[in-house]
Design a protein around this ligand. Sequence first.
Ligand code: FAD
Length: 615
Amino acid sequence: MAYQAPIEDIIFTLKHAAGFAGARADGLYQDLGDDDLDAVLGEAGRFASEVLAPLNAPGDRYGTPFRDGEVTTPPGWKEAYRDWAAAGWNGVAAPAEWGGQSLPRAVNAACIEMWNSAAMAFGIGPVLTMAAVDSLTAFGTEDLKKTYLPKLISGEWMGTMQLTEPQAGSDVGALRTRAGRAGDGSYRIAGSKIFITYGEHDLTENIIHFVLARVAGAPDGTKGLSLFLIPKFLVGPDGKLGARNDLRANSIEHKLGLHASPTCHMVYGDNGGCVGYLVGEENRGMTAMFTMMNEARLAVGLQGVAIAEAATQQAIAYAHERRQGRPHPTLPRMRGREREGGPSEAVPIIAHVDVRRMLLTMRSLTRAARAICYATAVALDRSHLAGDPAARKAGQERAALLTPVAKAFSTDISSEVASLGIQVHGGMGFIEETGAAQHYRDARITQIYEGTNGIQAIDLITRKVPLSGGAVVRGYIEELRRTVDAVTAANDPAFGATGVRLAEATDSLARATEWVLAALATRPDAALAGATTYLRLFASAAGGCMLAAEALAAARQGGDESAEGSGDNGADKSGRIAIARFFAENLAAQAPALARIVTESAESVLAADAAIGAA
Ligand SMILES: Cc1cc2nc3c(=O)[nH]c(=O)nc-3n(C[C@H](O)[C@H](O)[C@H](O)COP(=O)(O)OP(=O)(O)OC[C@H]3O[C@@H](n4cnc5c(N)ncnc54)[C@H](O)[C@@H]3O)c2cc1C
C-alpha cells in the first residue's frame, strides 16, 4: 500500500501531546495560525505521498551506481529533488535572513517525518544539509555565511556531515584527518572518512562537506578537533563555481538497506591541495559539530517514526485484505464475523486477536515515538524563541534531556514495528515485492548512525539526567505526573487501568532516576549496565503519558469526526483513548520490571565474564 501522510494525526499530536498549543499560549508561534499550519503540512504531505513515495521501492532496487568517482541517483530522484527544493522545503526552519522560512522547528519535524516515511533514502540527504545550515548559522564567519548559506538553504547545494574514520566511530576523538594552516586564512586538509552519507551524488552541482579534522599540534581526543567547511567545487568571490577541490569519493558501500542513499568513502588531499575553511574556532569543532549532531539526532529519531508509520499503514491495509483462517468460535466478536461469511469462509486476518495485538503495538509505539520527537522539537523552539532567558534555558535543558530518548526510542521501536509489519504479512512479508521487508532493512541503520543507541543511553544517564543536579529530569517527571492525575480525575471507564499503570510507570521512572543519580557517584559501572533499560523505561512513561494527554484532549473536544484536528481513524475520541489505554496496559505496564532491572540487575551484567569472556 502506498504511504499516505497522516496529516490530521500529525497535527493532533503536535498540538495536544507535544506542547505546540501550550507554546502558542506562551507567546510562541504567533505568526502561524491554524490555517497556515494545516496548509504547510497538508502541502508537505501531498508532496511526500504523491511525488516521493512512488520513488521509494524503485530507488531501493536501483541503488546508486558508482563509476569513475561519480554516483548516479535512481531515475526520477533528480527531478523530485529539484521540485522539492524549488518548493522551499529545504529551508522550512532556516533563518529568513538567509532565504529560509523561519517556521518552527516543530513544523519542520513533522515535514521531516513525512519525507522519510515516503522515502528515507531521499530524506536523509536534506536532514544533513539542514543540520549543516544550523551549525554554519551559529558558528560561521559572515563571509562563509554569505557564500554558502543561501545555496544550502535553497537546496541548490547539499551538505554532508563527516566524523567517521575506520578507527574513529563512536570514539570520535580518535580521528586522524589533518588540517594545516595555509597562511591565507584557509586550511589544507588531508585524510579520509568512511560511511559518508551523500558524500558524492548528482542531485546538486556542488556539495559542501562539513568535516572534523585535527590542526597540527592540537591536543589529543575531542578537545583537539576543529570543524571545516570543504566545498567540492571552490566558490569564487562572485559566487560562481571555480576549480574542483582536491577531494574525491573513492568507493560506495553495499548495504543492508537505504540503498538509494550513497554511503561514501571520501579521500581528501591526494595532491596536497584540499582547501578547507574553519567553522568556529580551532579545537572547538565538537561544539559546532554538536549543534549539527543534536539536530541530526532528532531527525534520525523522526526517521524512526517515519518508517514505523509507513510500516504500520501497510500492515493495517494488508490485515484488512488478507483472508486466512476462521475465527475462534468462543469469541463473540469473531462469531459475529463468522456468521457474516459463513462458517467455512476465511476471514480477513485483522479479525484474529493476535494480529490485532500486533497492529495495536505498532500503532501505539509509533504514536508515542512521534509525540516524544515532536515534544523535543517544541523544546528546541522554546530554546530559540522564548521571550525571557529563563524560558530559553528551560527549553534548552528539556531538549537536551529528550534528544537521546527521541533518537534511541524512536529508532528502536522503528525496527520492532517494521519487524511486526513483516510478521503481519506472514510469508509475504519476507518477500521483497510487498515492501514490508524494505521498511525493516531501512529502519535498521537508524539505531546505529548519529551515535549508536547504546551511546544515546549513556548520554542520557551520564549527561542529561544529572543536568542541574537532577532538577531537569525531576521537573519533567512531575509534569508527567500531572497528566496521570488528569487521567485519574477524568474517571472515564473507557480509559480502563490507564491511570493506574501510568502512575506505576512514572513512580518507577522516579525511583530508577534517583537510583541512577546516586549510582553515578558511587557505582558508575552499575549505572551504565542499566543505561539502555533506563532509556526504555523513560520512554515508556513519557510516551504513555503523552498518549494519555492526547486522549484527554480528544475526550475534551467531545469527539469524533467533527472535532478540531480529528480525522485520522485514530484521531477520534474513542480511537485516541483506545491507543492510550493499550499502550498503558500493555507497554507502560512493563515499567516496574524495567525499573527493577535498572536498580537490581547490574551485577548480572558486570559479573558475566564466564559467559562472554573477560573485558
Ligand atoms: C549507512 C551509514 C551511513 C552513515 N553516515 C554517516 C555520515 O554521514 N557521517 C559520519 O560521520 N558517519 C556516518 N556513519 C557512521 C556511523 O555514524 C557510525 O557507524 C556509528 O557512529 C558507529 O560507529 P562504528 O561503526 O565505528 O561502531 P563502533 O563505534 O565500533 O561501535 C560498535 C558497537 O560498540 C558500541 N560501543 C562503542 N563504543 C562504546 C562505548 N564507549 N560505550 C559503550 N558502547 C560502545 C556501539 O554502541 C556499538 O554497538 C554512517 C554509517 C552507516 C552504516
